[in-house]
Write a protein that binds this ligand. Structure first.
Ligand SMILES: [Zn+2]
Length: 307
């Protein structure tokens, strides 16, 4: 099963990343029990971060996208890897707002005024960190601005999540078009023309799901590619590069949460042992609970003291 597609146009002017993330976003919704506006915000961030992860070169490279604002959602964070794994959370999964003035889930309003930070851990001594002010908090335009300001890269980004009346995810997907350094002017014009008429990405996902009729996501992606780029001049059509996988996966473990307990320090750890005699930690990403009994906490305390 592949739900992402990477293509390059025939003139070498742009690269396209296309993803269908309906299942991934639905999984995140079930784990975090999000309201529709939180589902839309978290789903767009997961989809954007997931696609950005596919751009990383090495399998161990890691990317984190943090949207932080003064609105009721407070923060949406997602982490992705080059192999297509992605995980994330929203600080307030129960945020509830009326629809915005165009009748859409008000993701921008839920985030408010704030910042977008992108952290790329490429295995070097220091990670690469870029921060910009949020454009509108609707995610796609913020990521576009991030690429333009922090990476001097021209992109066109569409992200979408459609939520059903029962709050489940009907369709989710995203597309990032990256203009390459030697892009031909004709390609830029053709892309602009195409983007001006492009329906919402969720409409394309739904259309493709109907057309593929259960024949799998590669079929859906091929249908979407044809629908999006099929009308462009022959020279700027997309040639296939590869199908890739994007999936929800959390890599938390007991060892990782032991590390978290170690960082709270000797005094606090001693307090927990004496007052509670146990600790329960919940993974922020997948909500899995980890229980530490007294003996376990004492062992962690002993190793902290050694350092
Ligand atoms: Zn987890």
């Amino acid at each position: 099963m592949s739900n992402a597609y990477i293509g390059l146009d025939k003139s070498g002017s742009y690269r396209v990343y296309l993803a269908v993330t309906t299942d991934l976003v639905e999984e995140a919704r079930r784990i975090h029990d999000t309201t529709p506006v939180a589902t839309a915000g978290l789903g767009r961030v997961l989809t954007g971060a997931g696609i950005m992860g596919l751009m990383l070169k090495n399998q161990s490279d890691k990317l984190t996208v943090i949207f932080k604002g003064d609105g009721p959602a407070k923060q949406i964070l997602a982490t992705s890897f080059a192999d297509g794994r992605v995980k994330g959370y929203i600080a307030n999964p129960y945020v509830d707002l009326p629809l915005n003035e165009v009748g859409k889930l008000d993701v921008g309003g839920s985030l408010g005024i704030g910042e977008l930070t992108v952290i790329k851990d490429l295995g070097l001594r220091e990670p690469y960190v870029g921060t910009i002010a949020l454009v509108d908090g609707e995610i796609a335009d913020d990521l576009t601005a991030y690429y333009y300001i922090s990476e001097q890269q021209n992109t066109a980004i569409s992200l979408g999540v459609k939520v059903d009346t029962d709050c489940s995810v009907m369709a989710a997907g995203g597309m990032i078009i990256q203009l390459l350094p030697d892009a031909e002017e004709g390609a830029v014009d053709a892309l602009e023309e195409m983007l001006a008429d492009l329906p919402p990405i969720t409409t394309l996902v739904e259309e493709a799901a109907n057309a593929a009729n259960g024949q799998g996501e590669e079929k859906m992606l091929s249908h979407m590619m044809e629908r999006i780029f099929g009308q462009m001049p022959e020279a700027y059509r997309v040639d296939g590069l590869e199908f890739r996988d994007l999936r929800w996966e959390c890599d938390c473990s007991e060892e990782r949460l032991e590390q978290v307990l170690m960082t709270i320090g000797e005094k606090d750890l001693t307090d927990i042992i004496e007052e509670d005699g146990q600790a329960e930690l919940v993974c922020q990403f997948c909500c899995k609970k980890y229980h530490f009994d007294k003996e376990h906490l004492e062992r962690i305390l002993a190793s902290v003291k050694q350092v």
